[in-house]
Design a protein around this ligand. Sequence first.
Ligand SMILES: Cc1cc2nc3c(=O)[nH]c(=O)nc-3n(C[C@H](O)[C@H](O)[C@H](O)COP(=O)(O)OP(=O)(O)OC[C@H]3O[C@@H](n4cnc5c(N)ncnc54)[C@H](O)[C@@H]3O)c2cc1C
Length: 387
Amino acid sequence: MDFDISKEQKMIQKEMSNFCKKELNKDYVRWMDENVDFPPDELWKKLTDVGIFRAAVPEEYGGDGLSCFDQMIAYEEICKASMSVALAVGTTFSFGPRFITDLGTKEQKEKYLPLIGDGKLKTCMALTEPAGGTDILGAISTSAEEKQDRWVINGEKVFITAAHVSDYMITICKTEKDAKPSKSLSVLLVPSNSKGITITRIPKISCHHCDSVGITFSNVEIPHENILGTKGNGWYEMLDVLNPERIGCAMMGVGLIAAAYDDAFEYAKTRHAFGGPISRFQILQHYLADMYINLENSRNLTYKAAWLFDQGKPYHLESTMAKLVSSNGALHAGRFGAEILGGYGICSEYAMQRYLRDAYQLQFSPISNEMSKNMMMQFQGYPKSWA
Ligand SMILES: Cc1cc2nc3c(=O)[nH]c(=O)nc-3n(C[C@H](O)[C@H](O)[C@H](O)COP(=O)(O)OP(=O)(O)OC[C@H]3O[C@@H](n4cnc5c(N)ncnc54)[C@H](O)[C@@H]3O)c2cc1C
């Protein structure tokens, strides 16, 4: 077993680390967090130039076709600098190439993938509905009816990250009225400028510079060829495509723990109380030790899940554990990092309050930690505890 990474992988790490130090420094990230609901175009252009959107696009469509492991090496640095930017990038770099590569026709791949790689096409994935995200099959009611050469979409989605800036919404709709829920869905590629789409802002405490919004579809008409995959088989196809999402979300937690650890570690060395640095107090060292253990555990699990995915081996148990361990580690890191900074831990001047706020989002998105544990036991052969 080899835990080392290759020379090429070290180069990816270094390039992204340098990029993030320059383009995602703390002052700029704070400015974004206080002023914008999505990374500005100029940053998007720089992210494009550094190659992030080419990473998951196959080489034959102009991308770099990196392995999941290599993608995660690049992504870790962004996750550490800003979870909002990581989330914003993830909705395009992960959802777009994966849905279109796995489910698209040759024409769809030729049309969309090069644009994604060139940073000219943003995507989002619209699954969750107001009636609930965990029991999504029970909750989904957004419908798409076939009318001549078009689909007509009606319904409502909620918490859709980056929908307010996307060019295309990968939207999961009910297309089979009389089929059982798991055989009733299809994946549609909805142009965001279609008539009848309304976006509603959802103010939230986490990830301020990457909004997640509500979408209303009112008699939205899209061309019939905008289906991805097979009509009525969307549930199974979508799960195959979406499951690796947990690896990327786990990496967000890894980045967040790393950032909170670094900040708290440095702060404790320079802040003085009772005649010396607070870093000498054992209890604060223990907070940091726990953060470090969580960092190591979640990073190892996340890269292991990515490696398993690349080998074509079962990875669901590991990716689900990675998401769980890293999201809990992130919340712990924000909470105890803030403790180490004392009153400054909740002040806007310091990034710690952002880590704490952002960490909450990972508890239940893209899947809640309660449901993650349900699934872990199902993967190990126990009967489904929630059906
Ligand atoms: C900021 C943010 C961004 C998001 N981005 C997207 C996106 O881009 N696209 C998208 O489609 N969705 C997105 N989501 C939706 C996300 O996937 C859902 O929030 C998530 O699936 C949970 O659904 P819910 O919020 O409706 O909670 P609910 O499903 O209502 O769950 C409420 C509580 O009940 C618990 N619960 C439910 N069922 C069980 C069970 N069987 N056993 C134990 N506990 C259970 C849950 O764990 C949770 O604690 C996002 C959500 C947020 C908050």
